[in-house]
Ligand binder design. Structure first.
Ligand SMILES: [Zn+2]
Ligand SMILES: [Zn+2]
Length: 270
């Protein structure tokens, strides 16, 4: 599999030279199979999806939850302008989103009064699907667990031929969910994990639904992940803050686990 970071900023997009290295676009990642005719899938559709590569065939998008920073790029998704292209946007069942209808939330966002037209007005053949996971996307096995975040957020696992990627954005540690997540992410080749805050910031923002980068390292270590990718960077954290945090966390992790803070444009082979 191949992972491309299209946007890794949390909460809202930012711009300016002080954000040039890590990028200001909100959550969007692209996972491609390395098999011939294998599947591909976008993880979330924040503003990063504007820079989506041109992909042949059916397009699949997994939405963790319908908070604005994860869906606000949908109307600008270039593939929507490709006539006849089939686009499947997957959300969880109402139950997986704490009773909210995530499909309706997306359809509402892309329609008046929030947007001039609905999804059906675009040339592509786009559907928003409430899925019960696991599902198979051309050999990519996608599983999900319910995370811990206000309104509910899905954590996705993608596996192919023994390679495993876990995408856990917008997650706050709770006693009930931590053990389940450690099991879900066990031995992941890459564990993408919410590390929005410093420990001090997390203390002041309990209940916001996020993790500190130190907390993320502790969790990834217990899951025996090979690589931890910190994602969902706080809008207040510029390049200097994130570079220093990456250095500090890398030293703390030692040889046990590789630590990367996601940067827009970064490509990883899994
Ligand atoms: Zn978010
Ligand atoms: Zn959220």
């Amino acid at each position: 599999m191949k992972l491309t970071v299209l946007g890794c900023r949390g909460s809202m997009s930012v711009e300016g030279s002080e954000y040039a290295a890590f990028g200001g676009a909100t959550s969007c990642y692209f996972v491609e199979s390395d098999k011939p005719a294998g599947g591909n899938v976008y993880l979330d559709a924040g503003t990063g999806i504007v820079a989506a590569p041109d992909v042949e065939g059916e397009i699949n998008v997994l939405i963790s939850h319908p908070h604005l920073d994860h869906i606000q790029g949908i109307p600008f998704f270039p593939e929507l302008l490709e006539k006849g292209t089939k686009i499947n946007i997957y959300v969880g069942t109402d139950e997986a989103h704490e009773g909210y209808d995530a499909a309706a939330a997306i359809n509402n966002l892309v329609s008046p009064p929030y947007w001039p037209v609905g999804l059906s007005a675009y040339p592509a053949d786009v559907r928003v699907i409430k899925a019960s996971f696991p599902i198979d996307i051309k050999g990519l096995k996608v599983s999900a667990m319910e995370g811990s975040h206000p309104g509910g957020s899905l954590i996705f696992g993608i596996e192919q031929d023994g390679q495993k990627l876990v995408y856990a954005t917008d997650y706050e540690k709770t006693e009930e969910s931590v053990e389940e997540l450690i099991e879900f992410a066990k031995d992941a080749d890459i564990f993408m994990l919410d590390g929005q805050y410093t420990d001090e910031e997390l203390e002041a923002r309990k209940g916001y639904g996020h993790t500190s980068w130190n907390g993320a390292l502790e969790l990834a270590g217990r899951a025996h992940a090979k690589t931890l990718m910190i994602i969902h960077h706080d809008p207040a954290h510029n390049d200097d803050i994130l570079s220093a945090a990456e250095k500090e966390l890398t030293e703390k992790a030692g040889d046990d686990i590789k630590v990367i803070f996601a940067r827009k444009g970064m490509i990883l082979k899994i």
